[in-house]
Design a protein around this ligand. Structure first.
Ligand code: ACO
Length: 428
């Protein structure tokens, strides 16, 4: 039975269809609103706008629920490998043993990047931020694979592009790091797993044996899974909007990487550590920093706190906080920054300002502490996030393409000057 919501404006009442999701979310479909009433909706920052139907990720911000394709994030983080989760997101179901082996096999055959890419890296200044390099290099991949640009690409072309991206992102990420610190590139070793290979390319050297620490590998696997998708967030919405113009997948993912870089989104993991270090250097007076965050005339925000959707707790942050304790203990690392983080969390959680606004630690609050313990430098934190988020971006792009979503093109309420005559400058 069809359901409708009524909207009355200017003595006219119109009926708008109501859409229900599989988890009881309810939406009013306003796609015909302007034609019926002349009205558009205004929702700055899309705080209340459903941009699409999606069957990939469900999250309930009030209850702190996050599921990929119906599977609870807690279970996936505990039991799955990142390869399984990335397959699940992209193909919709968990892989069988055979399909997982086919997928892994295909990925390892695409881990190398074209040697000419090296000349692009060498043109970046030493110390260039790895996120800037990563976004540029992913976009550059489209020039090496012109088939990805064709608007009548086949399903096989799309699958090949997807596998290439999943395979090459760790290679490019580690190359960005090596360039940033001035060390030689390490080529992938295809007998290693996805996460092992990344650790090898990051921390290995071409001439030396490299031993992978299983604690580090398992923590990395968990972190990548926790970041793998998060429905219509800023970078994913960017990937979908760019892709909706039928731009190729490399360019769409490159745009997503750029969107992720900002400190209000994925860049928060770097900003959190920088903030905690600043607090430590400043003598550790937490109350002073809490007051700064509450002061509306001060632009400082408590990085790693607050979330557009989670208003009670971020389930990923709970898993990561526990993982941070476990990893630091297993690696025998004593990080005073972790103590400051825990104290800051306690002080903020009792403060009326944070409680009233539902501001809790988000996924980025503790992830940087684990990355530090794993030996990953601060400027690489957001790159780590991008590695994790890649399958989610791809799954969302694929869904958008398969559903034939129309080009993303919001409207606006114009508030500038009305028409006025051009006045020539005297003596021009
Ligand atoms: N510190 C201090 N005050 C904050 C913070 C914070 N971290 N976050 C939100 N607030 C306040 C705002 O000033 C606002 O107060 P007001 O109602 O008095 O004006 C209120 O809480 C609501 O905040 P908004 O900015 O309107 O919420 P929005 O949903 O637009 O923003 C965001 C969410 C961007 C995550 C915000 O909480 C923030 O800037 N957090 C810090 C950056 C961060 O950790 N980002 C990572 C998010 S997780 C991710 O992207 C992976």
């Amino acid at each position: 039975m069809s359901e409708f919501a009524q909207l009355t404006f200017d003595e006219n009442t119109i009926q708008l269809p109501v859409v229900r999701g599989s988890e009881k979310e309810i939406a009013v479909d306003i796609s015909k609103l302007r034609g019926q009433s002349g009205l558009i909706t205004l929702d700055r920052g899309f705080k209340n706008t459903g941009a699409t139907h999606s069957a990939i990720t469900f999250l309930d911000g009030e209850k702190g629920i996050l599921r990929y394709r119906g599977y609870a994030i807690e279970e996936l983080a505990e039991k799955a490998s990142f390869a399984e989760v990335s397959y699940l997101l992209i193909y919709g179901e968990l892989p069988t043993v055979d399909r997982l082996s086919w997928y892994n096999n295909s990925i390892v055959h695409h881990t190398l990047v074209h040697e000419n890419m090296k000349s692009f890296f060498s043109a970046f200044p030493l110390g260039a931020h790895p996120m800037g390099m990563l976004s540029a290099m992913v976009s550059t991949l489209s020039t090496f694979y012109p088939g990805s640009q064709s608007s009548n690409r086949s399903m096989e072309d799309i699958e090949l592009t997807i596998h290439r991206l999943i395979a090459k992102l760790p290679t490019l990420a580690s190359q960005a790091y090596k360039h940033n610190v001035g060390l030689p590139t390490v080529y992938p070793q295809n007998e290693l797993s996805y996460t092992e290979n990344f650790l090898y390319m990051m921390f290995g050297l071409p001439t030396e044996e490299f031993e992978i620490n299983p604690v580090v590998d398992s923590a990395l696997n968990k972190l990548l899974i926790l970041h793998a998708d998060h429905e219509q967030n800023c970078s994913t919405a960017t990937v979908r909007v760019v892709g909706s113009s039928q731009a190729n997948l490399y360019s769409s993912i490159s745009a997503g990487i750029s969107a992720l870089w900002g400190p209000l989104h994925g860049g928060a993991n770097q900003a959190v550590i920088e903030m905690l270090e600043q607090i430590k250097l400043d003598g550790g007076d937490l109350q002073k920093w809490i007051e700064k965050a509450k002061d509306k005339s001060d632009s400082f925000r408590l990085m790693g706190f607050g979330h557009r959707v989670y208003k009670n707790f971020d389930p990923r942050a709970r898993i990561i906080k526990k993982a941070a304790d476990d990893v630091l203990e297993a690696l025998g690392v004593d990080d005073p920054i972790l103590d400051i983080a825990k104290e800051l969390e306690q002080v903020a959680l009792k403060d009326e300002y944070f409680v009233e606004r539902g501001l809790y630690p988000n996924v980025d609050f503790y992830s940087g502490i684990i990355y530090r313990a794993l030996g990953i430098p601060t400027e690489m934190f957001t790159v780590m996030f991008a590695l994790g988020r890649l399958p989610g971006w791809i799954a969302q792009w694929k869904e958008m393409t398969e559903n034939n979503d129309p080009i993303g093109r919001p409207r606006q309420v114009y508030t500038g000057p009305t028409e006025r005559p051009f006045v020539e400058i005297d003596g021009r």
